[in-house]
Structures are given as C-alpha cells and as structure tokens.
Design a protein around this ligand. Structure first.
Ligand code: XMP
Length: 520
C-alpha cells in the first residue's frame, strides 16, 4: 500500500510564502495532499499523480511578466475541481480567457472584508452568517474580467472579483488567502472544497501507521537498517515505527557527545532499551568530542567539528554491524518540498546545521525515510499513536550540537556541568508554573564572563547565565516569551541558590530576527 491508495490532492506551487499552510489546512481535514512546484508539473506527472482535485497557490509573480509561471494546460482537462488562490486566481483567469490588470492603486495588502454577491455558492457554505467575512489580501494585480463560464459570488472594495466560480466545471478562484490565520473562516472554504471534490477524509494517523509499516517491510525486506537516534521527537518516532515494522533488523546508534542536558542520555537509553526493547548502541564519546573542542570558541568551527565527529562515530558503530543496507532518517515533509525560487541567488548560510547528510552515499546505504510525508504535528500525532509518552512528544526542540552552542566561547567540562544544573532548575521552574507547553523552546546559556557578587558575607566571582524562552511556529521567526517579573525573580533566586558557579542571571529579550534562537 502507499499514499496512492488515498484520494490525492495536488497543490501547484507558484511560490507563495504560505503554500505550506494550504497543505496544513488540508491535512487537518484528513486529506492527503502534496505540494509540487508549477514548473515540475508536466502532463505526464498529472496523469501519474491522478489528483482528485487541484489547488493553485498564490505567488509573487505577475501574469504579465516574461516567462510568468503557468500551469500545464492539461490541468483544466482533468475534469476535477480546481481552486485558484490569489496569483492562482489570476493565472486561472488568464488561461481561461479572462483578463488581469496591473495593480494601479488597487493593490490590497492585509485585512479586507468580502460581502456576498450573486447567488449562493457551494464553496461558501457556512460563510456570510454575518453580512461580511474578514479575509487576508496580498495582491498587486487584480482580475478585471472573469473568464467565460465564471460568475461572481463575493466582492471586496478593491477586489470586485474576490470570489468567482464556474460551477459547471467546479473551478473556483478567490483573490484572498483562505489558508492564513487572518481569514478566520478560511478553513471552512477548504472543507467545502474537498467535500465538493468528494474526498473521503481517510488520511488518519492510525491508517498511516499501518501503511507505513507495510511500506517499510516492502522496501527493506530481510535486510538490516541502522538509525541515528538523537532522543528528539522525529528520530524517536522514526525508530519506533521501524522497530514495529522490522523488529531486530533495526539497530539504533545513540551518539552521546557529552553535550546533552542533565540526565538526558540515561533517559533516552532507558526508554528505548527497556521500554521499547529496541537494539541500541550507546556510543559514549564525550572524551572524543570534548577533547577536539578544547580551546575552540568560534561557533562555526564548533559546529563543523561536532558534525564531522558525529559522522565518524556513527560510521564506526555502523561498520561493526554486518551487512547493513539501509540508513533510516527522520526527514519530514517540509524538508522534502522543493521550494520555488524566483531570485535564483544562493541564500546566505547563517548557521551550518548538524545532520548526517552525505553519509548514505559514502557508506553505500539506501535511505529509509518513513516520515517523509508528514508535518511536525503529524509526527507528534503518530508518536502518540505509537504510545510515546505525552511528556516526551511535547518536548522542546534540542539542537544537534547540543550544549556546545549554549556555551559561547570555550567549552569546558566545568562550564557544561554548571550549565546543565542551571538549565534543569530553569526548566523545572517553567514546568512548575505550567508554562512548558506555551513555550516553543526554553533553555539556559552560560556566558563567557565572570561577575562579582556577594553571598552572605562573601565576595563571589562566578559565571553569569542567560535564560532564553521563545514562542514560535516553526523556529524561523520567534518572539521572546513574556514571563512575569515575579517568575523571573523567583527563577534567578533559585538558580543562584541552587547552582554553585553562577552568581548572576539575565533574561534574553531578543526576537528572531534580528537575533537567532540559540546563542551560536
Ligand atoms: P536558530 O538558532 O537558528 O535556531 O534560530 C532555530 C531552531 O533550530 C535549532 N537548531 C538546530 N537544530 N541542528 C538541529 O537539529 C542544528 O545544528 C541546529 N542549530 C539550531 C534551534 O534549537 C532552534 O530550535
């Protein structure tokens, strides 16, 4: 079995910043969908994919631009419902005989209100229970003449064709973005669209689990698989799913670089070995990593050293297992979606991320990626389905290079020990106050300065630490968490009293951008 057993919806990506949100809205409706760049969708692709419906995303281009992004003409001949959004509406009208005009004082960005026009439309069921609906607009050009067969069903002050449809062919086109939060009733529109298209809504995590297991068995056969277990949610869910599918054919390697949080290594090893009975190699390599990191303070050099050693260690242990043919990875769907780039230029590397990329070719292994179709929250749902404890599934993200990047400047064992204690007290405070799940990520960093303090009648000269807590959706942008002063005061007192080596606590209130979440 594979995903083609489900009804599939195709999202044709024209490069909108929010295309992934369309997929999120659909997955919430238990509809299986995939995002593909418009220029990768050929007639043959369409035939093979056999979508039950198609959505054209928005995008930054203008249909007037030379080489403007266009859908393949055959998409209109598939006989399936199509929904065009923003640029998707404009390109649909352009292709089907309507007219688009360049924005001249009619650009609309931000909140707008759509009022009903014409007769009732199936796509708008549940809309207009009040006399208007708030929507989010973001367009320069606009449709000035709709294509033959289309009618208008909703208008806004700057978009006379805010909602249009050809009800006979089930082609729908809207100028606004129903997928964003600022179109509060937008999810309803997607719900109506997939109902009209006849989706069964059978994409559930229970079904996914069964199918993924069958697929893994089919791919792997009786061969052996290795998996790098980090203790994070993604690699853990991937490992447990694989273990369920192929049992002892799977061996996990847990590379312990000595840069983990307090008790973390023990917790991971106990959970996987004892609770899940999973063959696990605990590669305790703290001496190796900390030895090579000695005297290094440049953040990128630290990252490169850790990345290289990680691969070496992993490979060494993998080589000891005879006849391994596959490497399992917890790759997620957002890493797989090809992005549509209009600028074409290379993007700047802010931080080189830690992963095992490049390893499979070097070792002659094939990849097993059982989470490739899933978004992060779907991975969590699958983890719950597989019986992982909720406290584990809800854990904040933790970076591959671990505490190394929370210890600006030189890393020493002494600093790491102090940092582990401070971090544990801080997280305990957050849990005690019931704030853990409201925060996307929280941690302490130990600063490379000592400051003077006074405890009792004694002078102290100890390290300062910084606390960080952010809210975020995906880690790409973030805001600092607005703790009360009372909470911050209580936490600072606890850390200074309970953690020898720290005599000053600060709270980092930088958002991202311009800051990053981690300190290095
Ligand atoms: P920054 O610091 O770039 O972090 O704002 C964004 C998110 O990514 C995590 N992070 C990493 N995760 N390997 C990882 O697996 C890495 O090398 C790495 N560097 C940063 C960071 O913890 C935050 O969640």
């Amino acid at each position: 079995m594979d995903t083609s057993d489900h009804d599939r919806l195709l999202i044709l990506d024209f490069g909108s910043q929010v295309t992934q949100l369309i997929a999120r809205r659909l997955r919430e409706l238990n509809v299986y969908c995939e995002i593909h760049p418009f220029n990768a969708v050929t007639d043959d692709f369409l035939k093979a994919f056999a979508p039950k419906a198609v959505i054209f995303s928005g995008g930054p281009a203008s249909v007037f631009a030379e080489g403007a992004p266009m859908p393949p003409a055959s998409v209109f001949e598939l006989g399936v419902p199509i929904l065009g959004i923003c640029y998707g509406q404009q390109v649909m009208m352009h292709c089907l005989g309507g007219h688009v005009e360049r924005g001249k004082g009619t650009a609309e960005f931000g909140r707008a209100y759509v009022t009903p026009g014409g007769t009732k439309l199936d796509l708008l069921e549940g809309w207009f229970e009040t006399d208007r609906e708030q929507v989010w607009m973001s367009h320069g050009d606009h449709v000035s003449k709709i294509a033959p067969g289309f009618e208008v069903y909703g208008t806004s002050p700057n978009a006379p064709f805010a909602v249009t449809a050809d009800v006979n062919r089930h082609f729908y086109a809207v100028q606004f973005h129903p997928e964003v939060h600022h179109t509060p009733n937008g999810a309803r529109l997607y719900e109506n669209f997939v109902r009209i298209a006849g989706f069964k809504g059978d994409w559930t995590m229970g079904a996914y689990r069964e199918e993924a297991i069958a697929r893994i068995r089919e791919q792997v056969g009786s061969e052996k698989v290795i998996c790098a277990l980090s203790g994070g949610v993604d690699s853990s869910v991937a490992a447990i799913l694989l273990h369920e599918a192929i049992g002892d054919q799977l061996t996990c390697v847990f590379v312990d670089h000595g840069l983990l949080r307090k008790n973390e290594a023990d917790e991971v090893v106990t959970m996987f070995r004892e609770h899940y009975n999973l063959p696990l190699i605990h590669a305790d390599e703290a001496d190796l990593f900390l030895g090579e990191l000695e005297g290094v303070s440049d953040p990128e050099t630290k990252r490169k050293i850790i990345g290289r050693l990680f691969i070496d260690v992993f490979q060494k242990h993998a080589d000891e297992i005879d006849g391994v043919k596959f490497l399992a990875q917890g790759t997620l769907y957002p890493d797989v979606i090809e992005s549509v780039s209009f600028s074409g230029g290379p993007s700047v590397t802010i931080k080189s991320h830690h992963n095992v990329g490049g390893l499979p070719e070097k070792m002659g292994l094939s990849l097993v990626e059982p989470l490739r179709e899933l978004f992060k929250d779907e991975v969590r749902a699958l983890g719950r389905e597989l019986g992982l404890p909720p406290s584990f599934i809800g854990r904040h993200p933790f970076p591959g290079p671990g505490l190394a990047i929370r210890c600006p400047g030189e890393i020493t064992r002494e600093k790491l020990d102090i940092l582990r204690e401070a971090d544990a007290v801080y997280i305990d405070q957050i849990r005690r106050h019931g704030l853990y799940d409201e925060i996307w990520q929280a941690f302490a960093a130990i600063l490379p300065v000592r400051t003077v303090g006074v405890m009792g009648d004694h002078r102290t000269y100890d390290y300062a630490c910084a606390l960080r807590a952010v809210t975020s959706v995906d880690g790409m942008t973030a805001d600092y968490y607005p703790f009360s002063h009372e909470f911050l005061g209580e936490t600072a007192t606890r850390i200074i009293n309970e953690v020898p080596g720290i005599n000053r606590v600060t709270y980092d209130i930088t958002s991202k951008p311009p800051g990053t979440i981690e300190w290095e």
